[in-house]
Design a binder for this molecule. Structure first.
Ligand code: F6R
Length: 364
């Protein structure tokens, strides 16, 4: 049921504050401000390295997870798309933890990678939305998200719920590895619990984003830039746009621009810059200035502070609430989803059933 919404995708975007809160409620304990994972036989403190495998949007969630796990728990993470991982047949040390991320829990390549890891002595963790799915059944450690059924082909609410679980997992890993003390754990919990309010504040900018969609709709190509844990958000923004509006879009790590992609810049290629204020802000803004110096038209997504500093002269700006850098990827998912959605509306494409795509990719 779409309720008051025009599309399932729109409904699912707007459900995010609720479903992220729902998901967090089983991974953080409000009372003592701790992160908690489901019961498991596996001793997390023994982990020396981790492997993450997924496809598409779930893969981008995994990329954000890698930044968090490496930063907090100091555990090195290998990550790959499932279709490459399974045929690469990478050597795996016995006793490792392999994490699979899938909304459907049925994606053929991800499932094959899961079985490969199982056969090679890995403990299998799975972040899935569908509790009755094959991956949920085959995992040793099931980390469910509570997003509810996702009907729109383009994944939205499953993505932010995956991020919420990954943040909790990273913090838990850090606690058991001894790289995060009690006070830091409480701080992470506090920031995570602020995410639903942050998502609501981001959704408040729906009208602004709708009003600027016509600036992007005529473009043939759009670039997205981000840095650190916001780099995967650039990839996700580009994927959402191409999926539902059929505009060619690419996401780049902003520091990579000068190594090639900047040659694409001219006034017909809008560049969406994802730059929450924080430790990486200045670096990303300097990449943005390089784009502008070459005639590039920038859509800057940042908070009031960031827009105050760097918003002048942009084609458009989208204001986000000021949030802790930890939860920025969750919050900044909203404007990139809404931008893709509204551009698709301008173009008149089939938002919920984009051409050539299936909700669950059970063939290779
Ligand atoms: C993008 C999208 C796809 C899926 C991918 C993996 O909006 O929906 O890229 O993320 O097909 O699907 P799951 O998560 O079900 O394994």
């Amino acid at each position: 049921e779409k309720g008051n919404h025009r599309h399932f995708m729109q409904k699912e975007i707007f459900e995010q504050p609720t479903v992220v809160a729902q998901t967090l409620s089983s991974y953080v304990r409000q009372a003592d401000q701790t992160v908690a994972l489901p019961q498991m036989d596996f001793d997390l403190s023994s982990i020396e390295r981790m492997t993450i495998v997924a496809c598409g949007t779930s893969f981008y969630a995994g990329m954000v997870g890698r930044y968090w796990i490496e930063q907090f728990a100091r555990v090195p993470v290998d990550i790959d798309v499932a279709s490459e991982f399974r045929y690469r047949e990478p050597p795996l040390e016995k006793g490792g933890l392999a994490l699979f991320i899938s909304q459907s829990g049925e994606t053929a390549d991800t499932l094959a990678a899961l079985r490969y890891c199982k056969a090679h002595g890995q403990t299998i963790a799975a972040i899935v939305n569908v509790p009755t799915s094959t991956m949920a059944r085959e995992a040793d450690l099931l980390l469910p998200i509570h997003a509810g059924p996702e009907i729109g082909v383009a994944s939205t609410k499953a993505f932010t719920c995956q991020l919420a679980v990954l943040a909790a997992l990273a913090a838990k890993l850090a606690v058991v590895k001894g790289t995060m003390d009690r006070a830091e754990e409480q701080e992470v919990v506090r920031h995570l619990l602020e995410a639903p309010a942050g998502l609501n504040a981001a959704l408040d900018h729906d009208d602004d984003i709708a009003a600027m969609a016509h600036l992007i709709a005529p473009a043939r190509d759009v670039l997205y830039l981000g840095r650190g844990a916001d780099y995967p958000m650039a990839l996700e923004g580009a994927l959402k746009l191409k999926e539902i509006s059929y505009i060619h879009a690419e996401g780049y790590a902003s520091g990579e621009m000068k190594h090639g992609p900047i040659a694409l810049i001219d006034e017909d290629v809008p560049v969406v810059v994802i730059a929450p204020s924080g430790p990486l802000f200045e670096k990303t803004v300097s990449n943005m200035q390089e784009v502008r110096a070459r005639g590039g038209k920038v859509v800057l997504i940042s908070d009031a502070e960031g827009l105050e500093e760097a918003g002048e002269g942009c084609l458009a700006t989208i204001e986000m609430p000021k949030v802790h850098p930890l939860i920025a990827p969750l919050i900044y998912a909203v404007p990139v989803q809404l931008l893709a959605y509204h551009v698709a509306l301008v173009k008149g494409t089939d938002v919920d059933q984009p051409r050539n795509l299936a909700k669950s990719v059970t063939v290779e």
